[in-house]
Design a binder for this molecule. Sequence first.
Ligand code: DMJ
Length: 602
Amino acid sequence: MALIKRYGVYLAIAAFFIYTLYSLSFPYQPEGNPIQNDNKDNHKNGNKDKESSKSPPASKSYNWAKVPINYPVESMVTLPTGAPAPLPKIQHAFKENEDATAKNIRETRREEVKKAFEICWKNYRQKAWMRDELSPISGGSVDTFGGWAATLIDALDTLWIMGFREEFASAIKDVESINFGSTPMAMINVFETNIRHLGGLLAAYELSGEQRLLKKAKEVGEMLYRAFDTPNHMPKTRWDFQKAGAGEKQTADQAALVAEIGSLSMEFTRLSQHTNDPKWYDAITRVTKVLEKEQDKTKLPGMWPIVVNADKSDFTLDNSFSLGAMADSTYEYLSKTYALLGGLEPSYKKMYEKSMATAIKHTLFRPMTPDNADMLMAGFVRVDDSVPTLAPRMEHLVCFAGGMLALGGKIFEIPEHVTIGRKLTDTCVWAYKASPAGIMPEVSHLLACANTTGCAWDEKVWKDSVAAKADLGTDKDPLQNIANLRLPEGFTSIEDRRYILRPEAIESVFVMYRITGEQQWQAAAWDMFTAIQQHTATDLGNAALLDVSAENPPKQDSMESFWMGETLKYFYLIFSEPNVISLDDYVFNTEAHPFKIPKPKA
Ligand code: DMJ
């Protein structure tokens, strides 16, 4: 018992520390920030940001392929051999002859998305080239992920898919010049480097066949491989690059976010497949084996908690579970890695089925909304004394789950998952529509029905829940106070009102469209795109928003690389012909980089 108490305190501290780190990477700025609220006064911000825009000095440079390994593995797990098994058909059987009017509308919309991308690309090239991000209001630039041109690498395959072939070709020589052996940053986020840089380079290589990109992917792979050089071969997640480069011994983290441990399998598998070097597949298989071993031992068997002890390979201590932030892509990668391995590694299927059975049972709730729509959302579960309690939380990040379940339902032929995927995606589309800006907030809570089969809208119940939660006290006019909270009907609180150009909602809408062929998803996508463009577009690109519940949301001088790598790519693809990056041929990594699914020989 004393041990449990000690671990409980330790975990709480570790979780708080990690959550703080996570929040710091997406800092909230108050509404009154003049940088955001006075776009006319940009020159001031420009000056300020330009100073901070100077490239910081780079560190010593390491040739990662030659940095000695402290804990070599005794034997290597190799890629499964044999002919890939055929996957069931994923995409809807689209008609060859598209109606002329529908085609015209679709193509016009696709071109609008392309134009938005082009503005961002040109300004990134002109004002922030080789830096991680363009600051879309001031025209400054920042380094957030190693200083290795994150936006350039993240956007490469989007360039290719959108047909900007000259820009693609002319960018390659600059990609070649990126030095992954050196960084001005103290710590490297292994997960982000993996999904953005390694994923981006691999997908751009696959699409173009350009060997120089595979060479760069290998360089990133050599670097990331050193993060696995720990006694138990579990990776460091926030990684001291300099110490590792100097050959210092390292141990895996005692408190790591499960998403940062569990979302390396697609890229590492793919790198081994392309290089015929098994070491990356070996590295990731060691993590997969721990996930498999721990899956039934956690406080919510079937799912893994948000914080895990990688150093002890113990994933059983934390009591928080979610399909959303800090866990998300661990679940996403199960079905997709299965597909990438040609269906030859059954453990990914088993883990998908078990984890989704638990998630469906414990994390889903039906929101109570004025139109009584039959929808679902995935919330946040805490387990105390073996009793799970579900909080009806909604994150923008969790909106990927609709697409994940719909795709998993197709891959593994589980129709119920496709139905649930649709209902989850419906809630995200509804949340966009319900918000005054037409864009859903980053984090909120909804009013949940008592069960997932449904309940009728009750305005009084909603208002009472809002009042109780907000502790509106004994003010004379509690209803006016509710209005001041600026909550759309059905929302009980909004904890984070930002929209930081995230892709998850359009990602699921895109998957639902390709799987069902229903035009309603294109219509929903267009509403989302027009709202996002209306509020986020700047002269130089698109900016994150601070408050989507304001009619004119104030902007933040930030444009993460996933806007061009991921969000705009999904918007473009939903208005493209369905055979462009077909879901029958590709799986997307969690940063929307498409990898080709191996097929059996005809
Ligand atoms: C992206 O980097 C990836 O989609 C990741 O899985 C989650 N966070 C961002 C986008 O919101």
